[in-house]
Design a protein around this ligand. Structure first.
Ligand code: COA
Length: 272
């Protein structure tokens, strides 16, 4: 694994944890952090030892959004080529690459989430937060609005009366409130955060990687399609998943009464 300046990457037993590692800046996303995340995710998609990815933050923050100095003030005076490169990588890793990763990605929300940090949360497939975490769309507080992809992604994820309330007032919300409005999967007591996330990661590790990839592809690729196109896409994903797994081994094990699909995964043969 390459050495990165702003993130830590650790693999243990098939679970790769990426830690946003600028705690002194509350893990605000600098141009270098966008480059590091872009490169890291691009590598991990081909890493057979990565079955599940967890994204978390170092210190007391998950992600304080874009680095207000480096991403905005300093970028304004950069050449257009650099601005385009950074903005494109910033957009792609959060709003495109995370969704297209074959592995499931879990946000382990250990602390603050502000502004652009929301799109790290929405980019992940599952998001678990410690219950004392606060999240906020603070842009209006500094005279901006949730720009770039933030408004676009929020309108996919939230009801207007929830998203507009927080975008207009700039007030923070609790993790419980984020759970209630569907921004995150679940808020858990802080003491249980690691255990809860590892329990989910271990569950996912038991599943066939091609089935997990198919779940993501079906979800994200059919989202904007009309129903008949979505149905065709679903059929193609199904054929691909079946080819990747060599038929229907899970159903054959069921037919042999080797397990109960309602209660857990079939025994997946490792295919390297
Ligand atoms: N961009 C750049 N720097 C940031 C930052 C951001 N988004 N968020 C925090 N920092 C920096 C501070 O400038 C400070 O740096 P310094 O020590 O060099 O002065 C350091 O991180 C610590 O910040 P501080 O405000 O002292 O920490 P805190 O724990 O008291 O408060 C926050 C934490 C997250 C509530 C507060 O830093 C904050 O409001 N940050 C801005 C969040 C935001 O609006 N983000 C939206 C961006 S799109």
């Amino acid at each position: 694994m390459a050495n990165y300046q702003t993130i830590l990457v650790d693999n243990k037993d098939g679970v790769t944890t990426i830690t946003l590692n600028r705690p002194e800046k509350r893990n605000a996303m600098s141009p270098q952090l966008h480059r590091d995340m872009y490169d890291c995710l691009t590598d991990l998609r081909y890493d057979k030892d990565t079955r599940v990815i967890i994204i978390t933050g170092a210190g007391e923050s998950f992600c304080a959004g874009q680095d207000l100095k480096q991403y905005f003030i300093e970028m304004d005076s950069q050449p257009e080529r650099v601005r385009d490169e950074v903005r494109e990588k910033s957009r792609q890793w959060r709003n495109e690459i995370l969704r297209k990763m074959p592995q499931p990605v879990i946000a382990k929300i250990n602390g603050w989430v502000f502004g652009g940090g929301f799109t790290v949360v929405t980019g992940c497939d599952i998001a678990i937060a410690a219950d004392d975490v606060q999240l906020g769309l603070s842009e209006v507080n500094f005279g901006h609005f949730p720009g770039g992809e933030v408004t676009i992604v929020l309108s996919e994820n939230l009801q207007p009366k929830h998203a507009l309330y927080y975008a207009l007032t700039g007030k923070t919300m609790s993790a419980k409130e984020a759970e209630r409005i569907g921004l995150i999967t679940k808020a858990v007591p802080r003491a249980d955060l690691d255990k809860e996330v590892m329990e989910i990661a271990n569950n996912l590790k038991e599943k066939a990687p091609s089935a997990l990839n198919a779940v993501k592809e079906a979800w994200y690729y059919t989202f904007y399609s009309n129903p008949d196109v979505a149905y065709e896409i679903s059929g193609l994903i199904s054929d691909k998943a079946k080819a990747a797994i060599g038929g229907r081994p899970g159903l054959q094990q069921f037919a042999r009464k080797e397990y109960r699909p309602g209660l857990g995964s079939y025994k997946v043969e490792e295919k390297k």
